[in-house]
Design a protein around this ligand. Structure first.
Ligand SMILES: Nc1nc(=O)c2c([nH]1)NC[C@@H]1CN(c3ccc(C(=O)N[C@@H](CCC(=O)O)C(=O)O)cc3)C=[N+]21
Length: 297
């Protein structure tokens, strides 16, 4: 029995981070300053703290300045909006990321809408959502862009392929569908109300799983030879009592004998998200300083 190639997201991300670091060095030479990324974390969710720490480390390793703002869980919406406006006005800040989810007293949409679209390296501001939908230049959400990079690296031209995106979030599902459409795929978005999900998934040459339910997509749903991108990062109890492990939205072991290629969890899509965030921050800095964006990013 054949077994799927395992797509090395962590390795691809390391290569992208190295290209970003070269671009950052050239940017510093030309402008005399380093690109700056501001990361705002409200509250003390342990998973969020891990991501923010990893982002801070990767930012510094790429030669950029990382500006971290940690605010207490009780922070008011007014105070957070005031900080975002300060960062909008700060010329040393090229990218702003407000870690989601936010505590219940804060309206996420209000915060996202306040981030300057030209510093919105997450690509979540409605201006950037609209730019993507209209085919204009703007920031594209990091996770979907990372998935497209992995797909094009593996498959080359995606034209005419049947792609099924499972999940319709603003962060992954919807922008992923837009990007696949731009690559000339025939795109289906499936979700919790989709009828006969196994049959829909079974038609796909490309499956992107972004539902947030551990191992929901089963191996026998897949078309033989499909390429599977697993965006899910679910913490579940491990065999050893008291320990946990990460699993994706796809039953990885079941998919291996059916798929042509699949991203693992961890070390698949997750590291790409951070690498693309650094890429978007460098692109932002270049646009703001009106210097050319390096090629091959
Ligand atoms: N405004 C905003 N933008 C984000 O991009 C954003 C966010 N909020 N909130 C939280 C999620 C989550 N996220 C991850 C980034 C990297 C890994 C990652 O590198 N994961 C490793 C494993 C990490 C682990 O062990 O937990 C991997 O998959 O190999 C995971 C998740 C970005 N997010």
């Amino acid at each position: 029995m054949s077994t799927a190639a395992i797509i090395d997201g962590a390795g691809f991300a390391a290569g992208l981070r190295a290209r970003v670091a070269e671009g950052v060095a050239a940017f510093r030479e030309r402008t005399g300053r380093a690109p700056g990324l501001a990361v705002v974390l409200v509250g003390e969710d342990p998973a969020s703290q891990v991501y923010v720490r990893n982002k801070g480390r990767a930012t510094a390793e790429a030669g950029m300045v990382s500006i971290e703002h940690k605010l207490p869980a009780e922070t008011s919406q007014a105070d957070l909006l005031a900080l975002v406006r300060e960062l909008n006005a700060d010329p040393s800040v090229d990218g702003i990321l407000v870690q989601l989810p936010l505590p219940a007293q804060i309206n996420e949409n209000a915060v996202i809408a306040t981030i300057d679209p030209d510093k919105d390296v997450d690509g979540f501001n409605p201006v950037n959502v609209g730019r993507l939908a209209s085919g204009l230049h703007g920031f594209v959400p990091c996770t979907p862009l990372g998935c497209i990079m992995l797909l094009k690296d593996r498959l080359g031209d995606l034209s005419g392929l049947d792609a099924v995106v499972v999940g319709r979030s603003n962060i992954v599902g919807k922008p992923m569908a837009q990007l696949l459409l731009k690559e000339n795929c025939t795109v289906t978005i499936a979700h919790s109300r989709t009828r006969d999900l196994p049959a829909i998934v079974g038609r796909a040459d490309i499956v992107v799983a972004a539902v947030g339910r551990p191992r929901m997509i089963r191996g026998d749903w897949l078309k033989p030879g499909a390429t599977v991108i697993d965006v899910g990062i679910n913490r579940v109890p491990a065999d050893e009592p008291g320990k946990t492990r990460l699993v994706g939205d796809v039953a990885f072991d079941e998919a291996l004998p059916v798929a042509a290629a699949i991203t693992p969890v961890p070390k698949g899509v997750g590291p790409m998200t951070i690498a693309v965030l650094l890429r978007n921050t460098l692109v932002s800095a270049c646009r703001r300083e009106r210097v050319p964006v390096p090629e091959g990013l």
